[in-house]
Design a protein around this ligand. Sequence first.
Ligand SMILES: Cc1cc2nc3c(=O)[nH]c(=O)nc-3n(C[C@H](O)[C@H](O)[C@H](O)COP(=O)(O)OP(=O)(O)OC[C@H]3O[C@@H](n4cnc5c(N)ncnc54)[C@H](O)[C@@H]3O)c2cc1C
Length: 486
Amino acid sequence: MSSPAEERIVPEARVPRWDAHADVVVVGLGCAGASTAIEAARAGAETLVLERASGGGGTTGSSGGVLYCGGGTSVQKACGFDDSPDEMFAYLRASTGPAPDLEKLRIYCERSVEHFEWLRSLAIPFKASYWPHNFEPWTDDCLWYSGSEEAHPYRELARPAPRGHTVQAEGSCAGGPVLMHALEQALRTAGAEVATDVRVLSLVRAGDGGIVGVVGRHAGRDLHLRARRGVVLATGGFVANRGLVARHAPQALALEPLGGAGDDGSGIELGRAAGAECLNLSAMAYTCPVLVPFELIRGILVNRHGQRFVNEDVNHKRIGEELVLRQEGRMFLVVDAESFARPSFPGIELVASGESPGELEAELGLPPLSLAKTLELYNAHAAQGRDPLFGKRAAFLRPLASPPYGTFDCSVGSGAPVCVFTLGVLWTAPGGDVRRPDGAAIPGLFAAGRSTSCLSAQSCGSSGLQIGEGTFFGRLAGQAAARERA
Ligand SMILES: Cc1cc2nc3c(=O)[nH]c(=O)nc-3n(C[C@H](O)[C@H](O)[C@H](O)COP(=O)(O)OP(=O)(O)OC[C@H]3O[C@@H](n4cnc5c(N)ncnc54)[C@H](O)[C@@H]3O)c2cc1C
C-alpha cells in the first residue's frame, strides 16, 4: 500500500457509482478469507471474495497445512491420546506470551473439537495416524507434538497431548495446497463468489462512520464495491512490508521472511485508516528448525559465551525467539560422536571439530574454559538423568563425553534456517469486529487470520496456530458479518 492514509478511506458521498453489490465483501483468499466466506454464504449472505492475486491460496497455499486443534479430537482419540479443552487452554495460556487474549483462547479451546469436525466435513483429509517426530510430517501422517507440550515448564502446567493436525498429503509443506483446494471448493458450493486480480486499496465509509464498501483496482481500473452488511479484512500479515518490519521489529530484517508478496500489511493500513487499534506489531514468530532430526536434541545449544540458555527439547520457535531476541543471533549446536546426526535442513554447517572442548573454544573464538565448564556441569547432571538448569527431559539427557566433538553454526546469517513471520496487528473481538483503541467496534468492519492479533499475539511456540485460528476466527467473522445490519 503506497497511497497516503487519507486515500485509504473514501467517503461514501464521493463514490461515483457502485460497480457491484454484495452483503459481505471478504478481502483476501487465504484460509481466513475462505472460512469467512463459507460461513457468511451459509448464513444466507450474498458473499463476494476479492483476491489481489490471480488465484486463491495466499501464504496458506504454500504452508505445511498443520492446524493446532485439541481437546479430544477424533484423531487424538483414534491415536490413543487423552486431551481436554482445559488442558489445551492451560498449555496455550502458558506458551503464547505474557498476556494472551484469554477470551479468544478460551473459545478456541472449548470449540476446537467442533472446529476440527467442521474442517473434516469439508472433505479436508486427516489420516488417523501419529507421527512420532519433532517436525511436521513428510509422510501423509497427521498427529504430532507441534509445540512444547512435553517440555519444561509446560509439562508441569498442563497434561501433554499432541495437537498438531496435518492435512493429509505426501511430502513436505504439501498440506497447504490440499487445504486451500478444499476450502475454495466449499466456498463455491456455499454460493460465495470470487473475483481475482482485484487489489483492495481503500475502504468506503458512510456518514455515520460505518464501513459500507471497498475500492478495488482491477486491470488499471477502480471498482467501487458495496458491502451491505460488512467488509472482512483477511489479507494476511506484513512480513513482506520491509518498512513496517523495520519500524516495529528491526531485528527481523536480517532473517528470511516467511510469507508471500500479499503479506504487505495492506489490511493493517486499511484498518488503521478506519480507526482500528493495532496490537503487538513487534511480535514475530522466529522459526528455527535446527534440531531436526530429534537425535540432535541430545546435543546442547550454546551462545557466543559458550553458555547454554534454553532446554533444547522445546519447539523450534521458542529456540528461535531466544536466539534472535536474547542471544544476539549467535548460537552453536555442540554434539559428541554419539549424539551426532546430520541436520535435516540445509544450511547448517559443521564449523568446528576436536577431541576436547578446548579445541572447539579455540576454533570458535569462545572464551577459554567457557564450553569446557558448560559441558562439565551438563555432563555431571546428565549422568543422573537431570537438567536442573533448564529442565530438559531425561529422554534426551546423556553426558556428551565421546570425542570427537563437533559444532554446527546455527547463528542468524550463517545459512541456518532462521525465518520470521509476523504475529500481531488489528485488534478484534472474538467475533471478528475490528476494535478502536477504546474497545468499541467499527461498524461494518471485521477481520480474521494473520491480519489480526490473535492467540499467539506475543509469542509463538506451537506450529499450527496460524491456520488453526485463521480458519476458526474466520468462521466467526463470516457469521458476524452476515448478521451485521441484517
Ligand atoms: C512455508 C510456510 C509454512 C507454514 N506452515 C504453517 C503451518 O503448517 N501451520 C500454520 O498454522 N501456519 C503455517 N504458516 C503460517 C500460515 O501459513 C499463515 O500465517 C496463514 O496461512 C495466514 O492465513 P491468512 O488467511 O491470514 O493469510 P493468507 O493465506 O496469506 O491469505 C491472505 C490473502 O490476502 C490477499 N491480499 C492481501 N492484500 C490484499 C488486498 N489489498 N486486496 C486483495 N487481496 C489481498 C493475499 O494475496 C492472500 O491471498 C506457514 C507459513 C509459511 C510461509
